[in-house]
Write a new protein. Structure first.
Length: 170
C-alpha cells in the first residue's frame, strides 16, 4: 500500500523523541497531559506503558520511543502524554503517546512535505506520511493510524478491557 499524498495545508502538533521531531495531524489530538502515574499492565509488550485515568476513562499509554525501536528515556519536566484518536479497522481508539516534549503547532503546505524516504524492502515506513521541513530541520510527519499493527490494537483493546477500574469507567 502506498503512502498517503498530502494535498492541502495541514496543521501538525510537533513533538520530540530524542533529537528527532515528529508531527501528527492536530485533528487527531485530543489533549496534552503532564506526566502522571501510569498503571502498568502485566504481560504486555515493552512499548505498552500501561493505562491512565482521563476524566473517568481508561486510556492505554504507549511509549513511541520503544515502538520505534529507540532507547527508553527517563521522564523529565518536559515529558508529557499526547492523547490521540487512532482509527483502525473503522474503529476509533483513544490512547496516550509519551513524548519527550511537545514543541508547537505548525502549518505545513503540501510543497513543504516530501514523500517518505525509500529505505529498503525490510523496513515498514507506511506510518510516515512524509518529511516536513521547518527551518533547517526535518519533521517526520506520522500517519498515527498506521503506527500500530492489528496485533498491537488487539493488545491495546485487551488492556482497556482488563485494566483496573475499566468496568467502573464504562
Amino acid at each position: 500500500m502506498a503512502n498517503a499524498v498530502i494535498t492541502e495545508v495541514t496543521q501538525y502538533l510537533t513533538f520530540k523523541l530524542g533529537e528527532e521531531i515528529f508531527g501528527v495531524d492536530v485533528s487527531q489530538v485530543q489533549e496534552i497531559l503532564e506526566m502522571t502515574s501510569i498503571t502498568k499492565i502485566p504481560q504486555t509488550p515493552p512499548f505498552m506503558k500501561g493505562v491512565i485515568n482521563v476524566r473517568g476513562k481508561v486510556v492505554p499509554v504507549v511509549d513511541l520511543r520503544l515502538k520505534f525501536g529507540m532507547e527508553a528515556a527517563d521522564n523529565t519536566v518536559d515529558t508529557c502524554t499526547v492523547v490521540v484518536e487512532v482509527v483502525m479497522e473503522g474503529e476509533t481508539i483513544v490512547l496516550g503517546a509519551v513524548a519527550d516534549s511537545v514543541d508547537e503547532v505548525i502549518d505545513q503546505q503540501p510543497d513543504q512535505i516530501e514523500p517518505p524516504p525509500k529505505i529498503g524492502t525490510n523496513l515498514n515506513t507506511e506510518f510516515i506520511k512524509g518529511m516536513g521541513k521547518r527551518d533547517d530541520r526535518f519533521i517526520i510527519i506520522l500517519d498515527i493510524n498506521k503506527i500500530f499493527t492489528t496485533e498491537d490494537i488487539a493488545i491495546i483493546r485487551e488492556v482497556e478491557r482488563t485494566a483496573p477500574g475499566a468496568n467502573a469507567a464504562k
